[in-house]
Every structure is written in structure tokens, then in C-alpha cells.
Design a protein around this ligand. Sequence first.
Ligand SMILES: NC(=O)c1ccc[n+]([C@@H]2O[C@H](COP(=O)([O-])OP(=O)(O)OC[C@H]3O[C@@H](n4cnc5c(N)ncnc54)[C@H](O)[C@@H]3O)[C@@H](O)[C@H]2O)c1
Length: 314
Amino acid sequence: MNILVTGGAGFIGSQLLRSLNENKKLHIISIDSFHGYYSRQRKMDQLKMAGDGFEFIELDLLEEKRVIQLFEQKQFHTVIHLAAIPGVPKSIENPHEYIDLDIKATVNILKASGLTKVEHVIFASSSSVYGNQGYHPVKESDARGFVASPYAASKWSAESFCHAYRHLYGYHLSILRFFTVYGPWGRPDMAIPLFVKKLLNDEPLTIFSKKTARDYTYVDDIIRGIQSVIQHPNGHQVYNLGSGNPVTIEELVETFRLFFPQFETIHFPHRLGDVQTTWADIKKANEELDYQPSISFAEGIGRTIEWAKRYERF
Ligand SMILES: NC(=O)c1ccc[n+]([C@@H]2O[C@H](COP(=O)([O-])OP(=O)(O)OC[C@H]3O[C@@H](n4cnc5c(N)ncnc54)[C@H](O)[C@@H]3O)[C@@H](O)[C@H]2O)c1
């Protein structure tokens, strides 16, 4: 059975490839364009970490003809579409690139999937589609498009195209809303990898706004969630994949103090486009996918620090 993973050189993609390698019945193909959002070298390292049990193709998903040719040639059963450019601040600087890479590239995947009779399309969306909802758990039906950044608008729009193409072609569609994913190989622009890097270099932590909280989710839990979704195509579904346990900025600082007792914090005002809090209601994923996050925040941070000491290129 042929399975496609787009964005396979990325943080989540490479860890998914590594876990899919263990299933010898699957023929896995991965695409990535090595977008310059962060370094090509880091993405090459991630691919190396993922092992050699898959076929890799360097391709930009905006090249529609090549995408369709590849789909015709490989006749994929399942497509896991992770490729995108992430991040709120860059989306404010350059919104048009997000329209291209997060919306148009997704449309190419959705159309190619329909034309070649893919059975199941899985789309990586984001907690950002909920916008600012206050400090309470959000369930899948709480998203209404009132988003707070161009990145979130591009994910919300891409979700809408997913619904349209599922209607046109009838494949199984699973939209997964990931909540702030962290862990070894964490994306280098995100808060936790940046904090770990600063702490290992004896630098103070830069904190934007004291009143934030994030539903940090350990990457292995996300990978187990995606694995479960691959095995449960079920019509037309949206799932939150989070930890269900938001961590306030004070709790985050306290957790880091378990590992680095002495460090300073520097505070800045709220950053444009950031939502104040995220908190996943994971009841649906728990009931339908048996999704159960199992790594506590302190344990996940410990594992991330150990990894950074060994592998991170500073
Ligand atoms: N990391 C998180 O906390 C998080 C949270 C919510 C949603 N997501 C979503 O999960 C997915 C994976 O995120 P990540 O953190 O692994 O990001 P990442 O940047 O590490 O990985 C994305 C990969 O997609 C590739 N890519 C981008 N545009 C492409 C194109 N046109 N053609 C081919 N490849 C292309 C990039 O080169 C990169 O390797 C993204 O869709 C992201 O929006 C991530």
C-alpha cells in the first residue's frame, strides 16, 4: 500500500516517517521542498534521523503538473499532508507566501488526490483556527473562522478547501488540529526550542506577555494520534490532537527551573497575532481514536533538554 507524507523533512513529518518505517507492509513516499523557513541542513538531519525505509522526492507542491504526475504514477492509498510554512510572526510579514504554500499547495494535493482516487486524505491543521476563545477547553465545533493571524486564516481556509474537495470526490477526510507540538527536533523558531537553546547558553529567557498559556503536546503523542487516524478512515472528521493540559507561562518557567535552577527572565508586551491561550478538548479523539497523551510536560521538557544537549546545532 502506497502512503504519501508531505513535509517529510520537517519536524513532525520526519518523526512520522521514522515511526511509519516500523510497518514493513507500507511503501512510504515523502515529498519536501526544503523551504527556507529554517535551514536545509537541519531538515537534512531530520530526514537522516527518520531512517531509510522510505522513498524521498524533493518537490515543491506548487508545481501542480508534477504533483499530479506523481499521484498518477504512485496511486497512493493514503495521503498525510503536513507540508506548510508555519509560524504567526512570519505570516504577518509575508501573508502572500502563506496563501501560496498553505492554501494553494493544499488545493493541489486535494485535487490530485481526487483525480487519482486516493482513499484517505489527512490534513495537518492547527489550534490557531480557534482564534481567541478564552481560558477553557475548545472542542472541534467551536472553530468559526474568527482567527487572529494570517497563518491561522490560511489554515482555516485550507480546511474549507478540504471540505469542498471531500464533497467533490468523496474520499475519507481527517482534519487534525495540532496544539503546540514540542520535543526532540522541535522546530527551531518555536518557544521551547528557543528557550532550551538560551538556557544551555546561560542566556535569559525572553517572554512575551505574562498571561499566556499553551496546550503543549509532546511529539510522540502527536505521532501516535496520526498513526491511529491512518488506521481509522471514517468519512469526514475533524480531531483536536493536544495534551488537554494547558501550561501557563509561570508554570513553564517553573518547569525549566527543575532543570536550570538559575536563570533570568525578560518580559515584553503581547506579540501581535498571538492568541492568549490554547486548550484542547480531546474527548472526540479519545473516544474515536483511543488517543491518550501519555507524556507529562516535565517529562517532555526533560527529554527535549537531553536531546538538545546531544544533537542541537547551536
Ligand atoms: N509544530 C507545531 O506545533 C504545529 C502546530 C499546529 C499545526 N502544525 C502543522 O503541522 C505541519 C507540520 O509542522 P512542522 O512543525 O513539522 O513544520 P516544519 O516547517 O518543520 O515542516 C513543514 C515542512 O513542509 C515543507 N514544505 C513547505 N512548503 C512546501 C511545499 N510547497 N512543497 C513541499 N514541501 C513544503 C517544509 O520544507 C518543511 O520541511 C504544518 O502543516 C503545520 O502548520 C504544526
